[in-house]
Design a protein around this ligand. Structure first.
Ligand SMILES: *Cc1c(COP(=O)(O)O)cnc(C)c1O
Length: 401
């Protein structure tokens, strides 16, 4: 007898650490914008694994690239070279206009890598006094879960009980240019920031904020590091969210959709001399840049542009945004977003977003609450107009009463 939903959940609960509280749906299959649970119920995925499956579930071309490469060579370590690494560098550099690439696996590793590199750059190039480097970060940031990163989180759940933490970070409110200016010192080596704060609830900064940030960073010799792990690779209707702000970061972090959900692949992309400070032996990863990862990432990037997923994200994002805005409900406080990175913030009196996500699940939509009162909506970028319209109807039905 095959296991039931209840028995699988019970086993997870008994044997697993309880560091997640997932919706009680056990998935076994995915294709495009849809996933199916073990009982055969179909859902429209409005989370896309936190934007890791922008290209849609089990994209056939990425799958093919993965299988082909897996049959040939999967891992060499960087002690030797592999034939997939150079073309991966060429293609991602050409696509994003970067000069240097450093491949890692998870997003958090890309963030850690950038922090290491930019500190070293601060000492060797900018001339900051040894061990005095400061990195400015934002309140309510989300950059991952490793020790270095949770040390500069402001979320009590993320950090409490995990100290002591590494020093060298200063906090400013997101979107506040005066606070950023005031936080700059001669020891500031970088500003690490998300173009749109995703986990904090899809928070979009005021117009002109990033242009002013860019100007201050240039003037003070500060490396602007944009964490585009969630906003990047088409999610907001542009390849990189920085394009909305008409700026260029010095260092860009990508991950998640870099593999279309097949495999953990992340990368640090550098426009400046930052990555140039790393010499042999100073940084590495057994799996980073492996041939399987590179082949998958190349296919994932190719379909993103070949199949116009970025343009589709812009068009469908606008349609979804408009549809949600048109819902008449007194519990909706605000609808916001860019491209297919959307959020509905509910009135606190509505009693939290979780129960609405449960209700959406009953209607065939999987979405995730974040920070209490916000439902975040981020379907795969291959969603079509009919699917958007159907989704809006379900949101309307759940939020109207
Ligand atoms: C998901 C995410 C990360 C961390 O990526 P992992 O692969 O989970 O380590 C970092 N920054 C942002 C903005 C993210 O959304």
């Amino acid at each position: 007898m095959s296991p039931t939903t209840a028995s699988l959940i019970e086993t997870e609960y008994r044997l697993g650490a309880h560091n997640y509280k997932p919706l009680d749906v056990v998935l076994s299959r995915g294709e495009g914008v849809h996933v199916w649970d073990i009982d055969g119920n179909r859902y429209l995925d409005c989370l896309s694994a936190y934007s890791a499956v922008n290209q849609g579930h089990c994209h056939p071309k990425i799958l093919e690239a993965m299988i082909e490469q897996a049959k040939k060579l999967t891992l060499t370590s960087r002690a030797f070279r592999n034939e997939q690494l150079a073309p991966f560098y060429e293609e991602i550099a050409a696509l994003t206009g970067s000069h240097k690439v450093l491949p890692m696996n998870s997003g958090a590793e890309a963030v850690e890598t950038a922090i290491k590199a930019v500190r070293k750059w601060g000492y060797e190039v900018k001339g900051v006094e040894r061990d005095k480097a400061e990195i400015i970060v934002c309140n309510n940031n989300f950059h991952g879960r490793t020790m270095g990163i949770v040390g500069f989180s402001t979320d009590p759940d993320a950090r409490e009980g995990f100290g002591p933490f590494a020093p060298g970070f200063r906090h400013v409110p997101f979107g506040d240019i005066d606070a950023f200016r005031a936080a700059i010192t001669e020891n500031t080596v970088a500003f690490l920031v998300e173009p749109i704060q995703g986990e904090a609830g899809v928070l979009i900064p005021p117009a002109g904020y990033f242009a002013a940030v860019r100007e201050l960073c240039t003037r003070h010799g500060i490396t602007l590091i944009l964490d585009e792990i969630q906003t990047g690779l088409g999610r907001t209707g542009k390849l990189l969210a920085e394009e909305h702000e008409k700026i260029e970061a010095d260092v860009t972090l990508v991950g998640k959709a870099l593999s279309g959900g097949f495999y953990p692949v992340s990368a640090v992309l550098s426009n400046s001399e930052v990555l140039g400070v790393l010499k042999p032996g100073q940084h590495g990863s057994t799996f980073g840049g492996n041939p399987l990862a590179c082949a998958i990432a190349r296919a994932a990037l190719r379909v993103l542009t070949e199949e116009d997923m970025i343009g589709n994200a812009a068009r469908m994002g606008e349609r979804f945004h408009q549809g949600l805005t048109d819902i008449r409900s007194n519990i909706i406080k605000e609808v916001r977003g860019r491209g297919l990175m959307l959020a509905v913030e509910l009135d606190p009196a509505a009693g939290g977003a979780r129960k609405y996500c449960e209700a959406l699940k009953e209607r065939g939509i999987l979405a995730k609450d974040t920070h209490g009162d916000t439902i975040r909506i981020a379907p795969p970028l291959v969603i079509n107009a009919d699917q958007v319209d159907w989704a809006v109807e379900q949101f309307a039905a759940v939020l109207r009463d």
